[in-house]
Every structure is written in structure tokens, then in C-alpha cells.
Design a protein around this ligand. Structure first.
Ligand code: GRG
Length: 292
């Protein structure tokens, strides 16, 4: 797992040389190179590996997913969105580079990510695979995915609910969080040329993982610390935000998290992946340790 993270860090650094005008590249690289968990690119690469594919073929796409994720973090922290001063243990992008540059750095990462997929996959993947991957990327990043999740999140914070609280929360979790895990696993599966059945099974795994991960994030916002998370905590509760914990209570949140993680284990077990076992184990251990 650590070797994979080192490989991803090296490639991200290599793919993004600093050029003129330096400020934009520095802003893009600042949040990108801070120590995130790299869960999405790790899951993308591990999916290809455990399906018998060549991991080198999927590294550019895995890095592109991290760029998209980082773009969403930079924009999410802006004063017009979640207004967070810290990210990955350091001042957030707009605090260091100013709001205009943070908006532009996010935009630049969002457009550079598919460019990397196209340029760096040319001799590794077929044209059909590249087009499929780009289609997945656009679909999940746009108004039918990540952006939809963020819009409904903002609307719900302002008390504007079109659907029930339960339906709204599920929509936000599926679109704001689960989509990027689904994107990672779907692209890993495309690169490994796996069957449709495997594709659908792992897609369902990624969706459950994404829902569990957002519940984990909601729980951590209440029980964790700035030192552990690298971002401000307790903000959701203070803002009266719609979260799994605020809607269903802490005990139910933990139960639902455990249920989803068990379902994830059930799907992934036959693939005998040490990396996936480590990821699932680490998340559940943290939640279990809270009750001790
Ligand atoms: C795609 C154009 C476009 C816009 C994005 C701002 C926005 C719209 C969406 C926000 C998405 C968001 C920030 C979701 C939160 C998901 C989440 C739990 C993030 C934390 O992920 P970790 O813990 O973070 O994996 P690290 O820093 O470890 O990578």
C-alpha cells in the first residue's frame, strides 16, 4: 500500500512540471502534493492488479482521478462553498494563493486530468478503452455526478429540500462521495478488460464503500481531532448540516457503517486483495476503537 502511494506521488509530481506562469502551477501542485490518503488512485490501480491487468496501463488514469478529487477539495474549501481554512493539515488553497487562483487551480486540474489520460495512455490502452475511460470521467465529474452532489448539499444546508431528508442525504452521499470511488474502480476494471459481470459487481462494491466512507467521514467530524484529520472538525454539527449522524444518530451511523463494510468484505473477499483488506480493516478499526 505504501509503495503504491509512493508511486502515485512520484507520478503526480512528474506529470505536473512548474512552468510560466508559476503561480497557477504552484497552486495546482500545493494541494495535490500534500499528504492525502490517495485512496481513489490506490483503489483504481489495485483493481486493475487484482484482476490480472498491467498496473502501468492505469497509472495515468489513477493520477487523473486524484487530480479531479483535489480539484473538488480546493473548490469545496472556498468561502462560497464550505469555507474551510485547512485541508490536509495545511492552510487551504485559497488561504495561500487567494480565491481567484484557487478557483483557477481547480479549473486547471479539472481540465488537465483528462489531458493526462489522453497523452499518457496512448501506447498503453486501446483507443476504445481511452474513450470509455474519458466518458466515465466526464459523466462522474459533471452535473450527473459530483456537481449534482455538491449542489444538493449546498441546497440542503440552506434548508431547501425538494425530497425527504433521507432521500436527500442518500443522493448527496452517492453523488458527492461514492462517485469518485466508483469512477476509480470502474476505470481499473476497464483497464484490466474484465467482464461485464465483474464490472457490475465491483461497481456495487465501490458504491457501498463510498457510502460507508461518507458515514465514516460524518462520524469522524464528531469524534476526531484536527491533528488526525488535517481539517477543521465539528463544523458539520455547528452548521446544523444534514449528515448521517445528525439524521440517524451516532449508534445507527456506526451500525450502518459496519453493515456496509461487511457487505464490502463479502464482495471483495474472493479477489484476495491485501490492499483492499488493509483499507477496509483500517477504517473499521478506527470506528471500533471509538467505542473502547
Ligand atoms: C467536479 C467541477 C466539479 C466540481 C466539484 C466542490 C465539489 C464540486 C464537490 C465537493 C466534493 C467533496 C469535497 C466531497 C467530500 C468527499 C470526501 C469525504 C472527501 C475527503 O476525502 P479523503 O478523506 O481526503 O479521501 P484526502 O485528503 O485523504 O484525499
Amino acid at each position: 500500500m505504501n509503495e503504491l502511494i509512493e508511486l502515485i506521488d512520484k507520478k503526480l509530481d512528474e506529470y505536473l512540471p512548474i512552468m510560466y506562469p508559476e503561480n497557477i502551477f504552484k497552486a495546482m501542485k500545493y494541494t495535490l502534493m500534500l499528504p492525502g490518503k490517495r485512496l481513489r488512485p490506490v483503489m483504481c490501480i489495485e483493481t486493475t492488479r487484482m484482476l490480472g491487468g498491467d498496473i502501468n496501463k492505469v497509472i495515468p488514469s489513477a493520477c487523473a482521478i486524484e487530480m479531479l478529487h483535489v480539484q473538488s477539495l480546493i473548490h469545496d474549501d472556498l468561502p462560497c462553498m464550505d469555507n474551510d481554512d485547512f485541508r490536509r493539515g495545511k492552510p487551504s488553497n485559497h488561504k495561500v494563493f487567494g480565491e481567484a487562483n484557487a478557483v483557477l487551480a481547480g479549473d486547471a486540474l479539472l481540465t488537465y486530468a483528462p489531458q493526462i489520460i489522453i497523452e499518457k495512455s496512448q501506447n498503453l490502452l486501446t483507443q476504445t478503452q481511452i474513450i470509455k475511460i474519458l466518458h466515465e470521467f466526464m459523466n462522474f465529474a459533471g452535473a450527473y455526478g459530483l456537481i449534482a452532489g455538491q449542489v444538493v448539499d449546498i441546497e440542503s444546508e440552506a434548508g431547501r429540500l425538494v425530497k425527504s431528508k433521507e432521500e436527500t442525504l442518500k443522493f448527496i452521499h452517492l453523488n458527492k462521495t461514492a462517485v469518485l470511488f466508483r469512477l476509480a474502480v470502474r476505470i481499473g476494471t476497464i483497464a484490466a478488460e474484465a467482464s461485464d459481470d465483474v464490472f457490475n459487481e465491483l461497481d456495487s462494491f465501490a458504491e457501498k464503500f463510498g457510502l460507508a466512507f461518507q458515514i465514516y467521514d460524518d462520524i469522524m467530524d464528531e469524534i476526531s481531532s484536527f491533528e488526525e484529520l488535517g481539517k477543521s472538525i465539528g463544523k458539520d454539527k455547528a452548521a446544523g448540516k444534514l449528515t448521517y449522524v445528525s439524521l440517524y444518530g451516532m449508534d445507527n451511523a456506526k451500525n450502518k457503517f459496519n453493515e456496509l463494510i461487511n457487505e464490502c468484505y463479502g464482495i471483495i473477499e474472493p479477489y484476495k486483495s491485501e490492499v483492499y483488506s488493509a483499507i477496509l480493516g483500517k477504517l473499521s478499526k478506527r470506528i471500533i476503537s471509538d467505542g473502547e
